[in-house]
Design a protein around this ligand. Structure first.
Ligand code: NAP
Length: 292
């Protein structure tokens, strides 16, 4: 028996189309898979790719599903929820995959019609690509999905969203919003900020050095900047939505970078080595935790 009779994904880009592809391949998520978007070009492409049974720009229609998953950029999640919630049916579950929680949970919780549950979950998986072509059914395998249900959320609904991510191949963990945003600032938001900034630094070099950097980039620069190819709207929204925590994390990074600069300036070999060794230990732990 599939988990839901119908599952609607609003915004079938990288994350949304990966969920739908998984549903299509495994047949265990829902009897009917619905893809909804406001962009005619996205809808045409989703029809061509064939991973949804129903493809529509009618949000009220999509809102009739047993489970509605909002997969649009962070800055558009609340407006999308406001548009669909009045059309949702009692007994249905609303979820979203937004990368920053902020005040989203309590805000949407306060808008719920009677009988509708809200259980957001953020899959810790992704690539630097976006749009319906970018998704793939195994994106979430062996990854975490962090569930961030608002206080008082229905246990049965939490269990169903947990099951949804497990069927997608992910492990789940329930976290409070503020802890989620702190973890993601370090794991994802700061690294993206640094990647965009390193590219900016390279771009601002003299023309001659800039060209040489791009010619000979097959080393640390290339590895470090892969994620700088990510979608600008998505990352603009994430940086603004997680502003306070991200800036606090950035301040810590700047202080640590200055500590390294000081050690280099002073020729303090022990301090430099110890910082590099701590970095290597983090990498080893990541491999042990199967997150590398
Ligand atoms: P994406 O590939 O750009 O997909 C977003 C989709 O939403 C696109 O089809 C987009 O259409 C559509 N869309 C944009 N605004 C909309 C609106 N107002 N109403 C309806 N559809 C709209 O982005 P993504 O990477 O899948 O990210 C989607 C969500 O997942 C974000 O909230 C992000 O924070 C979260 N997330 C991302 C990752 C990651 O690594 N990428 C990981 C975990 C969670 P257009 O292309 O026409 O704008």
């Amino acid at each position: 028996m599939p988990l839901f009779r119908s599952l609607a994904v609003i915004g079938p880009g990288l994350i949304g189309s990966s969920v739908l592809r998984r549903g299509k391949e495994m047949g265990t998520l829902a009897d009917t898979l619905i893809a909804a978007d406001i962009s005619p070009a996205v809808l045409d492409r989703v029809r061509e790719l064939g991973f949804a049974d129903v493809v529509t720009d009618d949000m009220a229609l999509a809102a009739q599903a047993d489970c509605v998953m909002i997969c649009v950029p962070v800055g558009a999640v609340e407006a999308t929820a406001r548009a669909i919630l009045p059309h949702m049916r009692p007994g249905a579950i609303l979820t979203d995959v937004a990368s920053v929680r902020g005040k989203l949970g309590p805000t949407i919780q306060a808008l719920l019609p009677a009988g509708v549950d809200y259980v957001p979950g953020h899959p810790m998986a992704g690539t630097e690509h976006s749009g319906p072509d970018a998704g793939f059914a195994t994106l979430f395998e062996n990854r975490w999905s962090l569930l961030v249900p608002p206080e008082g959320a229905n246990e049965l609904a939490i269990g169903k969203i947990q099951k949804l991510w497990e069927l997608c191949g992910a492990r789940t963990k329930i976290l409070p919003d503020d802890k989620h945003d702190r973890i993601c600032a370090m794991v994802s938001h700061l690294p993206h900020l640094l990647a965009f900034t390193i590219c900016d630094t390279a771009d601002n070099l003299s023309e001659e050095i800039r060209a040489a950097v791009l010619d000979y980039a097959a080393s640390g620069f290339r590895d470090f900047t892969r994620i700088a190819a990510s979608d600008p709207v998505m990352w603009r929204d994430i940086f603004i939505a997680n502003k306070d925590v991200l800036l606090e994390t950035l301040d810590r990074f700047v202080a640590d970078a200055q500590g390294m600069a000081q050690a280099i300036r002073a020729g303090d070999e022990d301090a430099i080595t110890s910082r590099i060794e701590r970095g290597r230990a983090i990498r080893r732990t990541l491999i042990e935790n199967r997150q590398a």
